[in-house]
Design a protein around this ligand. Structure first.
Ligand code: SF4
Length: 268
């Protein structure tokens, strides 16, 4: 089990929309929580057409069943595909116990918007909660996650909730940082992030690489640039990890099939 190749597939929905999932060789199935997304990150193909609608619980579980019908054997689920789980919170909260009943660990990725709902996720028995930041300063954060939470309020909330979390729960929290050349990869930006992370020593910082989207000006730095960012963070005692190899492989990205499906249905 878990020896299958990276596989990306769409699941057609009743209203001519489609939802996209990616199965990684590691045995993790990455699912979408919404059709489209309202957050509007400019580097993201999935969000480029805005939000169409939330997915139902049945549509989330159908993605797991569809993977199994393809002969795949997911062992873990990550709600890190298209959509913002906090924008579809009730369904997300119902999906987690369903996964546990199936013996599947669940992790989530969020921009932390709206901030008032973040504590609901922080204290859940999840297997990992990644907060997408992609920035070390308020200015860059606004540029790369325009629909994200207010920068200072996010850190204030984290400082407030941090003492309420056990060491084990803190280790389940992480920050996602998608390196974008010329946008957020400067030593100044990364050093500003290092300062922000100091009160949260157990947080893991995941350096992600940008899968190029046709027509998008956003690019990943070179391998040397990625290496330099990693070394700067490591030397500053940040608990930093590089993207795992499965996510860097062909079919490792998310959103392109969804965008293709939208274009096809619009043409039809
Ligand atoms: S990166 Fe995630 S949060 Fe941002 S627009 Fe894309 S799907 Fe939405």
């Amino acid at each position: 089990m878990g020896a299958e190749k990276n596989t990306k597939f769409t699941l057609p929905l009743a209203d001519n929309l489609a939802v996209e999932a990616v199965y990684y060789e590691s045995g993790t199935l990455c699912l979408s929580s919404q059709a489209g997304c309202a957050v509007g990150c400019p580097f993201c193909a999935s969000g480029s057409a805005g939000l169409h609608r939330n997915l139902s619980l049945a549509e989330l579980t159908a993605q797991v069943e569809a993977a199994r019908q393809r002969g795949l054997h997911p062992r873990r689920i990550t709600l890190s595909g298209i959509g913002e789980p906090l924008h579809n919170l009730q369904t997300t909260l119902a999906f987690l116990p369903w996964c546990r009943q199936q013996g599947l660990d669940v992790s989530l990725t969020t921009t932390a918007h709206p901030l008032s709902r973040l504590p609901d996720l922080l204290h859940l028995p999840h297997n990992g909660l990644m907060i997408s930041l992609h920035a070390g300063t308020a200015r860059t954060h606004k540029q790369v996650i325009p629909g994200g939470p207010p920068w200072e309020d996010l850190w204030t909330l984290l400082s407030r909730e941090w003492p309420l979390l056990s060491r084990r729960r803190r280790r389940k929290l992480g920050i996602n940082y998608l390196l974008l050349e010329g946008v957020n990869d400067s030593p100044q930006e990364l050093t500003a992030l290092v300062d922000r992370l100091k009160p949260f020593p157990e947080l893991t910082l995941h350096l992600l690489v940008c899968n190029p989207v046709p027509g998008s000006p956003f690019r990943s730095p070179s391998q040397e640039g990625i290496g330099a960012a990693y070394e700067l963070l490591r030397k500053a005692q940040v608990n930093v990890r590089r993207a795992n190899r499965w996510r860097q492989m062909e079919e490792g990205g998310c959103g392109t099939l969804y965008v293709r499906h939208l274009a096809q249905t619009q043409r039809a």
